[in-house]
Design a protein around this ligand. Structure first.
Ligand code: NAP
Length: 330
């Protein structure tokens, strides 16, 4: 089968698009004919070797997939041949990556694709949607009627945070780096959207929530607590989920005197049970059009190296080239 894999960590050029043996489904595994995968920033960190990961080479890239079950291994109970399925959380430990024509996936990691959802659409909300769900509803415990701020309302995670917060019944203010993206934030349901390059974000937040926002979701890799804490409401909660190397100043005074809290969140710590529960919420939201996937472009899997280069430029070098996810088709 064709696959996009690496034999060593390094720049996007280390990605090989070539032939690897088709996997055989083992006990409890389904063989999935993959129809769509997507790129996440973490894929580029793993490929680049910037985060510790034990990789067995050839290492097939990719966390998420959508496709159709074409064979089931012994013991499989939940799925049968012909079922449309999606998954996240692959490409780690025992679990092989997804950037291939076929993937053998333990059925406990597979979720049905609901009628009304496309394979490209569901894969584009998979990792980012579950991140937003578990962080917002599990960690920050966002409630109806509360106010939420999120940086980057058209980004992979940010666009899901905006929409899930609206599903929850919160009032949402977000940012984007161009007027076109500001408009897109509003189309996603944000009550207010600010161009962070041309407008004063702090002033806009104060106007939107004079008593401070209840939840601040930070997508940036350099959280600025000095700026954020004074904009939090009494008992405000902040979610930080990026920036392994960040060592920002932590202003204790404006934090503890108003009972604030900061929640660290990393999806790779979530249990399979937590991920499944979130996936089962995401499914009807996507099918009913309440959670709309934001796809920047669709490319053939053969262009995996180009896709990694683009994702890196946009997220790490902050060119803002992308507005949503890159979906790849084997
Ligand atoms: N902890 C976890 O479990 C977890 C899960 C998923 C992702 N992450 C991490 O979260 C981060 C975001 O991931 P992603 O997939 O959402 O990336 P993404 O799609 O590239 O989104 C990045 C967002 O940041 C915005 N942005 C850039 N500079 C900004 C600035 N100065 N002010 C305000 N917004 C700014 C961008 O806005 P414009 O495009 O409008 O410029 C864009 O919306 C990455 O570092 C990723 O590794 C962590």
């Amino acid at each position: 089968m064709k696959a996009a894999y690496i034999n060593q960590t390094g720049p996007p050029e280390v990605i090989v698009y070539g032939d690897l043996p088709e996997p055989k489904p083992r006990r409890n595994e389904c063989l999935v004919k993959v129809s769509a995968v997507d790129v996440n920033p973490i894929d580029t960190y793993i490929r680049g070797g910037s985060i510790p990961a034990k990789l067995a080479f050839p290492y097939i890239l990719g966390r998420d997939l959508a496709g159709t079950v074409v064979e089931v291994g012994p013991g499989v109970k939940r799925f049968k041949t012909g079922d449309r399925v999606w998954a996240t959380g692959q490409g780690t430990g025992e679990r092989s990556g997804t950037f291939a024509e076929f993937a053998a996936v333990d059925e406990r990691w597979l979720f049905p694709i609901p009628d009304g959802a496309s394979d490209e659409g569901i894969v584009a909300v998979s990792l980012v949607g579950i991140t937003a769900h578990l962080g917002l509803l599990g960690r920050a415990r966002l409630k109806a009627g509360e106010t939420l701020f999120v940086n980057g309302g058209t980004g992979g995670v940010g666009s899901c945070v905006v929409q899930i917060a609206k599903i929850r019944g919160a009032q949402v203010i977000t940012t984007a780096g161009s007027d076109e993206k500001v408009k897109a934030c509003r189309e996603l349901g944000a009550d207010a959207a600010v161009n962070y390059k041309t407008q004063n974000v702090s002033a806009a937040v104060k106007e939107f929530a004079p008593e401070g926002v209840n939840v601040w979701w930070e997508t940036l890799r350099e959280p600025d607590f000095e700026k954020t804490f004074p904009l939090l409401a009494m008992r405000g909660r902040m979610v930080v989920m990026a920036g392994r190397d960040a060592r920002p100043v932590f202003p204790v005074g404006p934090f503890y005197t108003r009972d604030c809290s900061v929640h660290g969140f990393a999806l790779f710590n979530a249990t399979r049970r937590e991920i499944r529960a979130a996936a089962m919420d995401l499914n009807p939201w996507v099918a009913e059009g309440k959670l709309r996937p934001r796809i920047d472009r669709v490319l053939p899997l053969a262009k995996a190296a180009e896709a990694h280069r683009l994702q890196e430029e946009s997220t790490i070098k902050k060119t803002g080239t992308l507005s949503g996810k890159i979906v790849l088709k084997p």
